[in-house]
Design a binder for this molecule. Structure first.
Ligand code: NDP
Length: 400
């Protein structure tokens, strides 16, 4: 069917690459291009003997638009799948525009010096992508990603209007370390140490970090504390789903994680303000990242399950209706299949599916779109086929 260039070769990219290689009918060729080429080569060495997908590798600095353009022009992919960091979104989008190549990512742009992620920078590319006749699919991970597909599916099949969405992200996994993050530590800590927020009646309501706590009993995991966080899909879902009055995002955290985080915060280790250390400028959070376990190394140690999904409340045929769509994923099963834990797995699988939707022309619209703006049905089918089967509950326990 076609060729895909994958930028980045970390935890999420590794899963997406395994999945592309399982899906050689669609992904006839992939190029893995990242900052550290040895990681790309190691993955190629492992996977090439197992797949018909032809794997190529390259070194690239994705902060440099000219380098990206040269690489895209030499490989000529149908789609660029951005699995580097949110800081690279705009340079990669610029390179896609210059080469008229479709673009897919899993996280919205965030400037390095302000821990504030929002869609305005990427939505500003709408007209340019439309004019170039190419698609940018934003947020094709799990959350954002599958949560948007779930919302579009609920809207299409179960509701006339959806008034309340609660997104619940539960990780019941245990890696045995007192403190480690399940994906890129810098991105993860920036996300959880920021103020919380949710949307009510069209307005953002801000909370202190971790101010709002609830307890929920998750199928496959059990009872967990969860905390309200700001999360990027709230912004697009509030606009794209009919009838929204309130939308919130909760994530579970264990006490050990929170105690360590508080302590690191209190001593200044989570700061993104550069400081001078022995004559050299360093960013405390980036230094912290260097001493924490690499998320990719958690795979063999992590046991337990994740349960991520959305509880919808709204109206169907004039009657109130509740509906819960979720996926349960087992850390060890993921590790056996692709050598990664479930957090990378639940992001890497939808990333591959998003690229597939664009590559096969199943999703075809010129412009910049969030995932819930496309027909959810083929994506929902693909989730069942490629390792993230979903479950429904028509009488869920609600979050107050
Ligand atoms: P990792 O840190 O494991 O991987 C990032 C990769 O990008 C690394 O291979 C890194 O290279 C590479 N990279 C970083 N900067 C550059 C650059 N300038 N040029 C080229 N390559 C670069 O992160 P994850 O795999 O955990 O996360 C990847 C993305 O997925 C992030 O954007 C994250 O926010 C997103 N994500 C989305 C989720 C969702 O559900 N939507 C959930 C989890 C993550 P090197 O190997 O040299 O460090």
């Amino acid at each position: 069917m076609g060729k895909c260039m994958i930028i980045g070769c970390g935890g999420v990219a590794s899963v997406a690459i395994h999945k592309c290689c399982q899906n050689s009918e669609v992904f006839e060729g992939i190029m893995i291009a990242s900052r550290t080429k040895s990681k790309c080569d190691a993955l190629k060495e492992k996977l090439q003997p197992t797949t018909k997908t032809v794997i190529e590798t390259a070194q690239v600095n994705a902060d440099n638009v000219d380098e990206l353009i040269a690489l895209i022009e030499s490989y000529k992919p149908d789609v660029v799948l951005n699995l580097a960091l949110p800081y690279q979104d705009l340079t990669i989008m610029d390179a896609c525009l210059a080469t008229k190549t479709h673009y897919v990512d899993t996280a919205n742009y965030e400037p390095l010096d302000t821990a504030k992620f929002e869609y305005k920078w990427q939505w500003a590319y709408r007209e340019k992508f439309e004019k170039a006749g190419i698609t940018a699919l934003l947020g094709s991970g799990f959350d954002p990603g599958v949560t948007g597909v779930f919302s579009a599916y609920a809207m299409k099949h179960e509701f006339d209007e959806i008034n309340y969405i609660d997104i619940l992200d539960c990780n019941g996994g245990d890696h045995g370390y007192p403190f480690a993050t399940n994906f890129n530590p810098e991105i993860n800590i920036r996300e959880v140490s920021a103020k919380g927020s949710y949307i009510e009646d069209g307005k953002w309501v801000e909370t202190e970090p971790m101010e709002i706590k609830r307890v929920y009993n998750f199928k496959g995991v059990g009872e967990k504390d969860m905390y309200l966080l700001h999360h990027e899909e709230l912004e697009s879902l509030a606009l794209n789903i009919r009838g929204i009055k309130r939308i919130r995002f909760f994530m579970t955290f264990g006490q050990s994680y929170l105690t360590h985080l508080k302590c690191l915060e209190n001593v200044g280790m989570t700061s993104i303000e550069p400081i001078m250390y022995e004559g050299k400028e360093i960013v405390p959070l980036q230094f912290l990242k260097a001493v924490l376990p690499d998320p990719a190394s958690l795979g063999p140690r992590t046991v337990g399950k994740t349960n991520i999904g959305c509880i919808f409340r709204g109206k169907k045929d004039g009657k109130d209706k509740n509906y819960y769509l979720y996926n349960i994923c087992d850390h060890q099963e993921c590790y056996k299949e692709v050598g990664s834990q479930a957090i990378s797995y639940t992001t890497g699988v939808p990333a591959m599916i998003g690229a597939m939707m664009i590559m096969t022309g199943t999703w075809k619209k010129a412009g910049v779109y969030n995932i819930e703006e496309f027909d959810p049905d083929p994506f929902m089918e693909a989730l069942n086929k490629w390792g993230l089967p979903w479950e429904e509950d028509f009488d869920p326990v609600l979050v107050d």
